[in-house]
Design a protein around this ligand. Structure first.
Ligand code: AMP
Length: 418
């Protein structure tokens, strides 16, 4: 695998990347003229037919980084998809992300003959079967629904020469590895594969080894690096005091969009109701909401009619909302890497943003894990740090304990630092 940086010292526009003029024109129509760092790195390799492994979060322009070379190749080939076949496949872990990718890529193909289809759960399977019956140049899919359609023989992947795995780390977290094991062998052996991920856990190397051939590795920012424009801080606050503190902070910026992360669906719903009662235009997105409700909440949040969106990790995955100024980690994530995903929802497209973590006594260890991932101690905005006392810090013979730390800190005695 080879790491490669952006081409230094050369001002580069999209028309210098050799993309089809129609694509360059569609980009210009959206005022997109200069490639982002991940696009500068990935597009030339992808256009040369190389497999690409990209480390990039939502907001870095990663959809165009894989989408433009893919659309370029499909336009250049000129052939039409046969009924019930697709020429390129993009797999995404969530419905929201799949829809967002589809919207993005459809905007790039405006005026071309390319057909970009979407298949996700929670929507009529019959209209998806009809769409696939006519064939699609590019299909964006969540794995579960795609398998359903493959089982019904509504689509075959034998003619599919391009595969993209987007937000691959989340696919692993959500257990889609089994689905991938079923889907990937159905594609043509002669295919180009691109994998994009916001983080690179160890298993990613295995995934890459299984599905990519001699990939070029590109990255928007080193793992764990958070956009410089995000001001991060932590409040040490007992669990019971979190809602009051949140409402107080929300009140100080009523006109700005705030995204609040809760750990559970139930917790998110309860919190949303409390914020609503406190007089804020609020909505929530989590796994217990219907697709229609989730879409509506995101739309209203984007429009600004809803100012506070309470979300769980899964529901908020990959969502691109340009104007989020504040991200609250009301509950700290169980998986430290998710902190990066969460706070990446703010400071989009060069704007500044704030990420505020609430840390209760039970979450002291989770905070420690987060600080390890971001490689610095979060500045304290309120409260005093919890001090973790480990009753088993010494072994019987007086030496340091080799016991592994509990991830949540539960079981350790915690008190306020003096
Ligand atoms: P993504 O990282 O793919 O979720 O992209 C985030 C947003 O950036 C999307 O709304 C894109 O339309 C936009 N975008 C993508 N590439 C560029 C670019 N080169 N210049 C400006 N905006 C871009």
């Amino acid at each position: 695998m080879m790491a490669c940086g952006p081409i230094k010292g050369i001002k580069m526009d999209f028309d210098m990347l050799g993309l089809a003029p129609r694509l360059v024109a569609a980009l210009a129509e959206q005022n997109i003229t200069k490639p982002t760092p991940i696009q500068k790195q990935a597009i030339p390799h992808a256009m040369n037919g190389r497999d690409v492994m990209g480390l990039a979060q939502t907001g870095t322009g990663k959809t165009a980084a894989f989408g433009l070379p893919l659309l370029h190749a499909l336009m250049k080939a000129g052939s039409k998809p046969a009924p019930r076949t697709v020429r390129g496949l993009v797999l995404a872990p969530t419905r929201e992300l799949a829809k967002q990718i589809t919207d993005n890529l459809r905007a790039f193909t405006k005026g071309s003959h390319l057909k970009v289809g979407l298949v996700v759960g929670g929507q009529s399977i019959n209209s998806q079967i009809n769409m696939l019956g006519r064939g699609a140049d590019l299909l964006i899919a969540t794995p579960g629904r795609l398998i359903d359609l493959l089982d019904r023989r509504s689509v075959s992947l034998g003619d599919t020469h391009f595969l993209v795995l987007d937000e691959a780390d989340q696919m692993l977290d959500m257990g889609f590895i089994h689905a991938l094991r079923r889907i990937a062998p159905l594609l043509s052996d002669d295919r180009q594969t691109m994998l994009f991920s916001a983080t690179m856990p160890k298993q990613m190397a295995e995934l890459a080894a299984a599905y990519l051939t001699n990939p070029v590795r590109v990255e928007a920012a080193p793992p764990g690096k958070v956009a410089d424009k995000i001001t991060q801080s932590v409040h040490f606050v007992p669990q019971a005091g979190k809602t009051e503190l949140l409402i107080e902070l929300l009140d100080s910026h009523r006109d700005e969009l705030a995204l609040v992360f809760a750990r559970t669906k139930h917790g998110a719903e309860k919190l949303m109701k409390k914020i609503d009662t406190a007089g804020f235009a609020t909505a929530s997105i989590h796994g217990n909401k219907s697709q229609g409700q989730r879409d509506r909440a995101i739309r209203q949040f984007k429009e600004g009619t809803v100012r506070v969106l309470v979300a769980t990790d899964v529901a908020a995955r990959g969502i691109d909302i340009p104007d989020v100024k504040h991200v609250y980690n009301f509950d700290l994530p169980n998986v430290a890497e998710n902190y990066i995903h969460r706070i990446g929802r703010t400071a989009r497209a060069g704007a500044a943003g704030r990420a505020i973590a609430f840390c209760s006594a039970d979450e002291a260890e989770s905070l420690r894990a987060i600080e390890k991932v971001v490689s610095f101690k979060l500045p304290v905005a309120g409260g005093r740090p919890w001090q973790v006392e480990k009753p088993d810090a010494k072994t019987k013979n007086g030496g340091p304990s080799r016991r592994r730390r509990r991830p949540s800190g539960r079981g350790n005695k915690v008190r306020r630092a003096a």
